[in-house]
Design a protein around this ligand. Structure first.
Ligand SMILES: C[S@@+](CC[C@H](N)C(=O)[O-])C[C@H]1O[C@@H](n2cnc3c(N)ncnc32)[C@H](O)[C@@H]1O
Length: 228
């Protein structure tokens, strides 16, 4: 099973669920899997678990042998969302990896995560960046959270950690069955800390072709171009 299949299945499932209005886009679910696979990620931190879309994405990826996740930590303070996570996601024993949900970022126990996904607020975002990430970690910020992108850049600059990043707008149209009515799916910003040559090249390539991608998406739905 490939990343498109897993992401699309999850997105379709979550599009039917109650409280679906804030779920991650299919484009972002697909890229989360791609980045996680490239890095062989085993420990993930998500700021803003919501109703559990991304936790379920990792559970499915583990179930089909696409990723070998060992630990997921999420933050969620909303009582409705906490209830929905219990209904929507597998319990830890069935998932086959450790799962911890805390209410606030400052309740995260010291650890080193390889992948941080930011889809909600965290007052201690700077501490998360400086203390809770491995030296080659990825940070993905969902949508266009400019303030959080700037806070992360400032913290990485302060620590003098080299990084490459790119605001990856989406070239995929929203499918009819999803909860979103905008023409294009939401994109993300991706940070590669201590980037490899391949990651530097990827960011350069995306920057070079940004205008072309932006114009081309008006004509082509690149969702149809992904190898299924
Ligand atoms: C964008 S959402 C997170 C979505 C999550 N990453 C997902 O893909 O399911 C960010 C925040 O919105 C809140 N939220 C998400 N879904 C909600 C809902 N249906 N009703 C109220 N708040 C919601 C949560 O408190 C969450 O921390």
């Amino acid at each position: 099973m490939n990343e498109f299949f897993i992401a699309s299945k999850l997105y379709r499932d979550y599009s039917q669920k109650e409280g679906n209005q804030h779920i991650a886009s299919e484009y972002n679910l697909y890229h989360i899997l791609k980045y996680a696979k490239d890095k062989q990620v085993s420990k993930v931190l998500e700021i803003g678990t919501g109703i559990g879309t991304i936790l379920s994405l990792f559970q499915e990826a583990k179930k089909v042998g696409f990723l070998d996740l060992k630990k997921y930590v999420g933050t969620e303070e909303n009582s409705y969302c906490l209830q929905q996570i219990k209904l929507n996601c597998l319990p830890e024993k069935e998932a086959g990896f450790e799962q911890i949900i805390v209410e606030e970022g400052d309740e995260i126990q010291p650890d080193k995560f390889e992948f941080a996904i930011v889809d909600g607020k965290a007052s201690n975002l700077e501490t998360i960046v400086s203390e809770f990430l491995t030296e080659n970690a990825l940070i993905l910020i969902e949508g266009y959270r400019e303030d959080q992108v700037n806070r992360i850049k400032m913290e990485l600059d302060k620590m003098r950690w080299p990084y490459a990043y790119f605001m990856r707008f989406s070239t995929w149209r929203n499918p009819d069955y999803g909860p979103f009515r905008q023409k294009f799916q939401a994109g993300h910003t991706i940070f590669f800390i201590n980037p490899s040559q391949k990651e530097i090249e990827l960011c350069k390539k995306l920057k070079t072709f940004a205008r072309l991608r932006y114009n081309a998406r008006k004509v082509f739905n690149f969702r149809n171009w992904v190898n299924k």
